[in-house]
Design a binder for this molecule. Structure first.
Ligand SMILES: *Cc1c(COP(=O)(O)O)cnc(C)c1O
Length: 393
């Protein structure tokens, strides 16, 4: 039987996304094109995913070649690309052991389990997590349990017990929650969804010290702020404060669904063992080919150096808007992960930007979020500012 209520294919989907009224068709470099050929300058990068922009020929060719050879083996079989991608990811992230997932949510889910297993093996009796207000770690039960937005959690309660929320950048609020039951502290060094809030140096160092003093694990969620976005390969390196576990996804595959959590040897020794965790697709040859190639291109093209060159230019141009436009109250962020706080509804500005051919997205707290492909150049930033000014007018 045909359901007559379903008029377009989209109505077959569960309606959970507030989508842009644009149907994208293809992309090249910094630009996306809709089905009618209209051009959009992209400052969203598929939510900080497409660091290398669109249509990178070298990456596409590597993926095509791997598709023709082998896409999937399951983890019952080792594939060379998996170990190689892990080796590269460890080298650039400073960790020692990697587990590949299919998303950022799954990476956080695995990190929480890894921390629990560490405590279990050491028989510390520690099981609680301390997370931050305004954090975002994903939508599965574990990940949503440590996400600091009531509206994301409440409809699904009871969620994971033993999670406490501290105020971001308020070390005393963290200390007040630490107990002999605390297993791990999870935070984003630069909060994305929560409004582009950068951790202070003191906060990162303070968390590290609390963890060191109490055998608590420090988990950094670098799903959004990792992969060169803040001007170091991973955001923790910008602070020189090394976590015990980091979670990654988004830009590590440039659009091929892949995530990972990684840990130091100190954690790995007591954490996940054969049989403790798994993922059928996790780290399959296609995903790992993407990770390997993305890291190779990032290093050869010195994307980190490029972010440090254009990031300050983006910040400067956005600072000018804070001065010029009454409705722009503050800029925050680091590198190519920037936000503008507005005193008028960000949604309206975003809609007008789309009409102008500019894609920007929102973050919590009425913030315009700028997370362009990392290949963005000054001329694109100038073009973006012109379009944004018209959208703000
Ligand atoms: C996007 C995001 C996630 C969730 O990643 P998915 O791939 O959507 O599951 C987790 N943490 C942070 C910081 C993110 O930005």
């Amino acid at each position: 039987m045909v359901n007559n209520k379903i008029q377009t294919a989209e109505e077959n989907l569960i309606h959970v996304y507030n989508r842009f009224p644009v149907v994208l068709d293809h992309g090249k470099g910094m630009y996306l094109y809709d089905a009618d050929g209209k051009e959009y300058l992209d400052f969203a990068a598929g939510i900080a995913v497409c660091g290398l922009g669109y249509g990178n020929e070298e990456l596409n060719n590597a993926l095509k070649a791997q598709i023709d050879k082998l896409c999937h083996t399951s983890n019952l079989f080792y594939h060379e690309s998996c170990g190689e991608a892990a080796k590269e990811l460890n080298r650039v992230s400073g960790m020692d052991r990697v587990f590949f997932t299919n998303s950022g949510t799954e990476a956080n889910e695995g990190a929480l389990k890894a921390a629990r297993k560490y405590a279990y093996t050491k028989k510390t009796g520690r099981y609680e997590f301390i997370a931050m207000e305004n954090s975002f770690h994903g939508r599965s039960f574990g990940a949503v349990s440590v996400t600091g937005h009531d509206s994301y959690r409440e409809p699904f309660e009871p969620v994971l017990p033993g999670v406490k929320f501290a105020r971001f950048n308020d070390l005393d609020s963290v200390k007040a929650l630490v107990s002999d039951k605390t297993c791990a502290i999870i935070l984003e060094p630069l909060q994305g969804e929560g409004g582009i809030n950068l951790a202070t140096q003191e906060f990162m160092e303070g968390i590290r010290k609390i963890c060191d003093d109490n055998d608590i694990l420090m988990i950094c969620d670098e799903v959004q702020c990792g992969m060169a976005r803040t001007g170091t390969m991973f955001a923790w390196q910008g602070f020189g404060v090394k976590p015990d576990i980091i979670t990654m996804a988004k830009a590590i595959g440039n659009g091929i669904p892949v995530g990972a959590f990684a840990m130091t040897e100190k954690v790995a020794e007591y954490s996940l063992q054969p049989g403790d965790h798994g993922a059928t697709y996790g780290g399959n040859p296609l995903a790992c080919t993407a990770v390997k190639k993305v890291i190779e291109i990032f290093e050869r093209e010195d994307i980190v150096g490029h972010v440090n060159k254009v990031g300050p230019y983006l910040a400067k141009r956005l600072d000018e808007l804070v001065e010029e436009a009454d409705c722009v109250t503050e800029r925050r962020g680091k590198g190519l992960m920037q936000g503008l706080a507005l005193s008028r509804p960000a949604g309206e500005v975003i809609s007008r930007a789309v009409e102008e051919g500019l894609l920007v997205i929102q973050a919590e707290g009425n913030v315009l979020r700028f997370v362009p492909p990392l290949i963005v150049e000054e001329k694109h930033i100038d073009e973006m500012i012109e379009k944004l000014k018209r959208a703000l007018a």
